[in-house]
Design a protein around this ligand. Structure first.
Ligand code: PBG
Length: 326
């Protein structure tokens, strides 16, 4: 074989400067969103066992964490609230005195440049752990919508910059948009968890947020992993309802869905690098079976390469520090 008979791709890989010049997908700290779990109380920082490096934090500690994120260059956080008491309708979700509403206000006060996004769902607040009102064995879609709208409004009133409904109820984006507009928050964007799958990779989150369903599962509202085209319909529905940002979740087992959504829709696209994806790397890293830092960056790069504009990741601060080191 004569060497001009095949393409010489290795010519452009011989030198690190050249490799850097030709980098197709450069991660940037500005696209990271850092999720945090807030609880009531003060001075509380409780480690989440399956997510080493991620803690439940009371409001005062969450403020420090948001400032730490900001110092690392991570300017956006996604807050989840965990209440002390749960009930059938998840009434704590829209209470102005709950941890998440207080955390929003405290973070905006201490760190006004931090862009605060809130997760809007009932599962952390219901005693049955489902994402909506339960009627018999079913989650009642339309009875849940006003509660989600009220929750979103309570977050906006506390000062949230953006709200992100994750309950997978049909019509939730429209209900929240209408609720926000009526309450005078027509400038508050909605990021829909548009294509959210019923995934085993949420396991560690449900320990972190104490939100596992007490009976049944979420398959009557979250999507089956087998579904690709249906994800496009879910995204279209969110766009019709007025979503400003769309999302695919989880990320890693659904990179094809991210890719397709990024090619099909011009709306900014977020991908959620979920708890189980974090835990796998953390556990393998602790065991010495994988190079944690390289694995984190490889995963985030793959999500970007698939076409995500925003990446929600528990590794945001770590990745920002790695990027800053160069
Ligand atoms: C609430 C919600 C969940 C996640 C984000 N919002 C859990 C679920 O649907 O069971 C999962 C996030 C993660 O695993 O990191 N509905």
């Amino acid at each position: 074989m004569n060497s001009d008979q095949y393409p010489h791709l290795r010519r452009l890989r011989r030198n690190s400067t050249l490799r850097d010049m030709l980098n197709e997908n450069r991660l940037s700290v500005s696209e990271f969103i850092y999720p945090m779990f807030v609880v009531n109380g003060t001075g509380v920082r409780t480690p989440i066992e399956p997510m080493p490096g991620v803690d439940q934090m009371s409001v005062d500690i969450a403020v420090e964490e948001a400032q730490k994120a900001m110092a690392a260059g991570v300017k956006s956080v996604l807050l989840f609230g965990i209440p002390d008491d749960k009930d059938a309708t998840g009434s704590g979700a829209s209470s102005p005195d709950e941890a998440v509403q207080r955390a929003v206000a405290a973070i905006k006060m201490a760190s006004p440049e931090t862009y605060v996004i809130t997760d809007v769902c009932l599962c952390e607040y219901t005693d049955h752990g489902h994402c909506g009102i339960v009627n018999g064995n079913d989650v009642d879609n339309d009875a849940t919508l006003p509660l989600l709208a009220q929750t979103a409004v309570s977050h906006a009133e506390a000062g949230a910059d953006m709200v992100a409904p994750s309950a997978m109820m049909d019509g939730q984006v429209a209900a929240i948009r209408e609720g926000l507009n009526e309450a005078g928050f027509s400038d508050t964007p909605v990021m829909g968890y548009s294509a959210k799958y019923a995934s085993a990779f949420y396991g560690p989150f449900r320990i972190a947020a104490d939100s596992a369903p007490q009976f049944g599962d979420r398959r009557a509202y979250q999507m089956a992993p087998n579904q690709g085209r249906e994800a496009m319909r879910e995204i279209e529905a969110d766009l019709e309802e007025g979503a400003d940002i769309i999302m695919v979740k989880p990320a890693l087992a659904y990179l094809d869905v991210i890719k397709e959504a990024s090619m099909r829709f011009d709306t900014p696209l977020a991908a959620y690098n979920v708890s189980g994806e974090y835990s796998m790397i953390a556990a393998a890293g602790q065991a010495g079976w994988i190079d944690r830092e390289r694995a984190v960056m490889e995963v985030l790069t793959s999500i970007k390469r698939a076409g995500a504009d925003l990446i929600i990741t528990y590794s945001a601060i770590e990745a920002a520090q790695i990027l800053a080191r160069g």
